[in-house]
Write a protein that binds this ligand. Sequence first.
Ligand code: ZN
Length: 407
Amino acid sequence: MNCRHCDVALRHSFLDLGHAPPSNAYLTEADLARPERYYPLRLWVCEHCWLVQTDDYAEAGELFAADYAYFSSTSSSWLAHARDYAKRMRSMLALQADSLVIEVAANDGYLLRNFVAAGVPCLGIEPTASTADAAERLGIPILREFFGETLGRQLAKEGRQADLVIGNNVFAHVPNINDFSRGLKAVLKPGGTLTLEFPHLLRLIELVQFDTVYHEHFSYLSLYSAQRILSVAGLRIYDVEELATHGGSLRIFACHEDDPRAQAASVEAVLQAEAQAGLRDLTTYRGFQARADRVKDDLLIFLLEQKRAGRRVAAYGAAAKGNTILNYAGVRPDLLPCVFDAALSKQGKYLPGSHIPVRSPESLDEIRPDLLLILPWNIAEEVMAQNDRIRQWGGRFVIAVPELEVV
Ligand SMILES: [Zn+2]
């Protein structure tokens, strides 16, 4: 396989998690009687552009099936994050009734709803039918297509270039990142602003966040690799912010390469931090597998010990990262009988691979687990606040990454 960005042959494995089903392929009762598809889940690092990337095997269309169950609006902290961002961008860029905001991967409208409410015209691009339906119900115009150079050029031809182009947690999810970047270039108005948010590879490595690895997540980006990729497409990063979301993300601000905007000092600062952490040094990547295995082993040993001791364990949050760690560790319902999740679209279904049933958070009070393993550790504070009542029966919370902790 060759690098998705620079086409150089990939020679260095970064992480091998064996085989796993697509992490968002939640199963119905009927699906349990059928075979399940597994794909290799392995990451490589390109020693030329330092892009960390998955193996090339499954089609995006198959992974993002029509009943794709992730609805951004089910996380209240993510909604607040989106609201703050929209408010700030409206004033920073003086967006008004004759502006246009385009969001690629608009999901269920969790972000664009804020621009609609402020009277700023917008367009969402979202190929997943169930989330696109939800966005349209909020009055957001949606194009139900995959984004890339063809669609970007078509929108430009129709006079629909945007003052603000947004891509939150999509840049790392596209199989063809070069084509996607050319699409961003095409759809951005001269003088316009592009912002992209993606998990920061630096945090993944520092905090052993190997469970953020899944098939739908094709690239694991540093500022260095993102800058190279956008630059080839004719875009220039002029500012960057470090965010707490998803365990540590970057929000980059970019413009056309010939735009006169000055580069903020933060760009050089983050590039330096990455270099100091060894992100352009192969030895950093070679040691990661052993660190990930340690976290996986600790979780498995913990669950086995609880079972032997007769303690009731359940999980919270049927998130993609939970599926990665549970499948890598080989956890099944005998060790973890159920997972609670607030998303109605997941309740009554089963986690891919592990076949652990998903139940509503209300049933916590019937099951009364002694230990509640929080799978989406990035929203652990929120989950603990919402489910604090487990302490009434002596229940405690467990977090597995970056190291096993009972709180
Ligand atoms: Zn490369």
